[in-house]
Every structure is written in C-alpha cells, then in structure tokens.
Write a protein that binds this ligand. Structure first.
Ligand code: FE2
Ligand code: FE2
Length: 211
C-alpha cells in the first residue's frame, strides 16, 4: 500500500479505545492521521476567528478587524518580513476570548510558528502599548520599563509606536484581509516548535515520507 492509500485508509477509521490506557499503536496512527488532516487547515480556522473581530469597535473609531488589518498593512508597507506582518495581523486575535489577557491568546496561537523575538513582541505588546494610554486610566504607562535591556525591547517599542498605536485611523487605505491570506497560510504550514515534533522536525505519527 502506498503512503497516500495508507493515509486515506487511516482516515477511514476511528480509534476504538474508550480510555487512553487501552490504546494500541494503530489507534494512535489513526488519530495522528486525522490530526494531520485537521492541522492542514489551521490557517483557515485562524482567519475565521480573526473575522470575528469584524464590526466590534469597542469604542474605537475603527472595528477590531480594521485595526488588525491596518496594523498589518502599516508593517507591510514598512517592508517588514512576512512573519512580522502576520504577527501584526493576529496580535489582537484574542480580543474575543481574552478580555483580560488578549496578548496571551495571540502568542499561544503563534508560538509554534514564529521566532522567539516575534513571539515576545506579540506576548508583551499589551504592556508596551500601555505607554500610549495607561496614564489616562490611572495605570503606569512605564510598565514596559521592567523589560529594559531585553533583546526584543526595541523591536516591541517599534511595533507599538510605529504600527499598533497608529492603526485606528478610519481614513487609512488598508489592504484587504485577502491579500494577507497567502502569508498566513505559509506561516501556519510548518510548525517549528511543538512538543508533538520528533527530533527530525516531523509531526509525531507522520506516515508520509519527508520531502
Ligand atoms: Fe493588543
Ligand atoms: Fe492592537
């Protein structure tokens, strides 16, 4: 049986165990095959979730989807890398679920796919963005100072000051979300960091030979 036929055969079956302690290697080959197929469209699901920000202004002059696309557009037009631009596009994707820690949700989604510095930038952007408004709400705008000297400090200052804080302009000529889809799909195609990767960088349970 060739690998494509074998893979389809696994997809045509379900594991039979009722408790993980009863599982067989074949059960896990079946689950891994299904997981690979599901993971292939993680980019599509991320984009669907990003679209939930459409129409949600939260008191700002633009909705959260326009803010996201505008942040990404500004980064793109400043010739930032595709990875950076996708981080810019997704940095507030957690707004729907993480009312008190939206930055952690974006970081968790991006963590398998981006560099340590870009991950840190996304994870810390809420604190660094606070420089632009925390003092209006009785908070410490210099909260970011605790990270002075960190390797990604300047990177994160630049992200917030050049792109994120500036992306609330209703008159800005933002690109279409569709223009970012290829970069999102490319980024989410290959995880770099995951507990489910084997030593040679393949998803555990992969039956397809590496390219
Ligand atoms: Fe944010
Ligand atoms: Fe933002």
């Amino acid at each position: 049986m060739d690998s494509a036929t074998e893979s389809q055969d696994l997809l045509d079956h379900s594991a039979t165990f009722a408790a993980m302690t009863e599982a067989t290697p074949l059960d896990w080959q079946i689950v891994a095959a299904h997981n690979r197929a599901f993971a292939d469209d993680v980019a599509g699901r991320v984009l669907d979730h990003l679209r939930l920000l459409d129409g949600d202004c939260g008191g700002f002059a633009v909705d959260r989807l326009e803010h996201s696309v505008q942040t990404a557009t500004r980064a793109f037009r400043a010739n930032k890398s595709d990875e950076y631009v996708v981080c810019a596009l997704l940095h507030d994707i957690g707004d729907t679920l993480g009312s008190y820690n939206h930055q952690d949700i974006a970081a968790a989604i991006l963590k398998p796919f981006v560099s340590e510095d870009h991950l840190w930038m996304v994870e810390k952007h809420a604190i660094f963005q606070g420089y632009n408004f925390f003092h209006h709400l009785g908070l410490d705008r210099d909260m970011r100072d605790q990270f002075v000297g960190h390797r990604a400090y300047d990177l994160t200052v630049e992200f917030c000051q050049e792109f994120d804080q500036a992306a609330f302009d209703p008159s800005y000529d933002s690109m279409s979300l569709l223009e970012f889809v290829p970069a999102v799909e490319a980024l989410f195609a290959e995880p770099k960091n995951s507990i489910y990767l084997t030593e040679d960088g393949q998803m555990a349970g992969a039956t397809e030979p590496p390219d």
